[in-house]
Ligand binder design. Structure first.
Ligand code: FAD
Length: 264
């Protein structure tokens, strides 16, 4: 990996100006993915003195600064209090503690990694991304956004609502990338189903959601049917870790299980 310049930004405005100067200037968070892919960088822009490493809350939402580490996030009382702890649990599934002490929530979202446990853990909920300069976008819209957003992620806003959540990462060994992952929620009586690393990225299974959300008092058979719909509406592919067929079968099992779990 080659880096020409390390630049410590003095403000968000300063960081943004530097980011626009050269297409090879990049924001530095934990630096783990930047290092892994070994991209050639002109300037690494460090945001570490800008106070983006805090978690706060108000009546309506929890606000997580983009430089909050995965470890701080998963251990936060307020994050654990949301949706039965499902969001915190999803982040706890990434690599080991040493790794999560460095990797950040902002870096996990901005990379839009198709395998992301962090994203599959957040997508079942109402989550908005706050960017500099002045832009707010839902996590779902950001995942669907075509092209590169050359802005700075300042914070993520997680809406506080009544509900329950489920997260499952299927992996071969403890420290692996997922073969596939699942996030399911029931918030204000409405179900959301997310499947990630199919191996394409995390996505809501909208037809399955529409089905189950229109059944009054769903039974186990209805959950099974919703899981089958999810398995048939989403695209799955083969890669070195698993076949499309296997991923489809896992979807039938874990979406059903998730829907049942969030009712407990
Ligand atoms: C070996 C390895 C294994 C992994 N396994 C898993 C796994 O099993 N599950 C999983 O979910 N994740 C996994 N990850 C991803 C990891 O969890 C992090 O998401 C990833 O390392 C990025 O976080 P970071 O803080 O290191 O970001 P960085 O590497 O610093 O940045 C990542 C990207 O985001 C951009 N960026 C960062 N912060 C901002 C910001 N505030 N504004 C704008 N752009 C920004 C950077 O410019 C860069 O392009 C793995 C990563 C590695 C290296």
């Amino acid at each position: 990996m080659k880096v020409n310049e390390y630049y410590r930004a003095s403000s968000l405005e300063d960081a943004y100006r530097k980011l626009q100067e050269d297409p090879k200037n990049v924001i530095l968070a934990g630096g783990l993915w930047i290092k892994k892919i070994g991209q050639s960088v002109n300037a690494l822009i460090d945001l570490s003195t800008l106070g983006l490493n805090k978690i706060s809350e108000n009546e309506k939402e929890v606000v997580v600064g983009s430089l909050v580490t995965q470890r701080e996030f998963e251990n936060s009382k307020v994050i654990n209090s949301l949706y039965g702890g499902a969001i915190a649990f999803a982040t706890r599934e990434v690599m080991g503690v040493n790794f999560r002490n460095i990797a950040t929530i902002g870096g996990s979202i901005m990379g839009r990694y198709p395998f992301s446990d962090v994203i599959s853990g957040l997508l079942p909920y109402d989550v908005e991304l706050e960017f500099y300069p002045n832009q707010v976008m839902s996590l779902e819209d950001y995942l669907g956004y075509k092209g590169k957003l050359n802005s700075i992620l300042v914070a993520i806003h997680i809406k506080k609502e009544k509900g329950n959540g489920f997260f499952k990462k299927v992996k071969t060994t403890a420290l692996d990338f997922p073969i596939i992952n699942f996030g399911v929620s029931k918030v204000n009586g409405k179900y959301t189903v997310v499947v990630g690393n199919r191996p394409a990225g995390s996505i809501r299974a909208t037809k399955a959601m529409e089905y189950i959300n229109n059944v009054a008092n769903p039974s186990e058979l209805d959950y099974k049917k919703a899981a089958e719909i999810a398995a048939s509406e989403l695209a799955f592919m083969d890669n070195k870790d698993a076949s499309a067929e296997y991923r489809k079968e896992l979807t039938k099992v874990y979406v059903k299980r998730g829907l049942m779990e969030v009712n407990k």
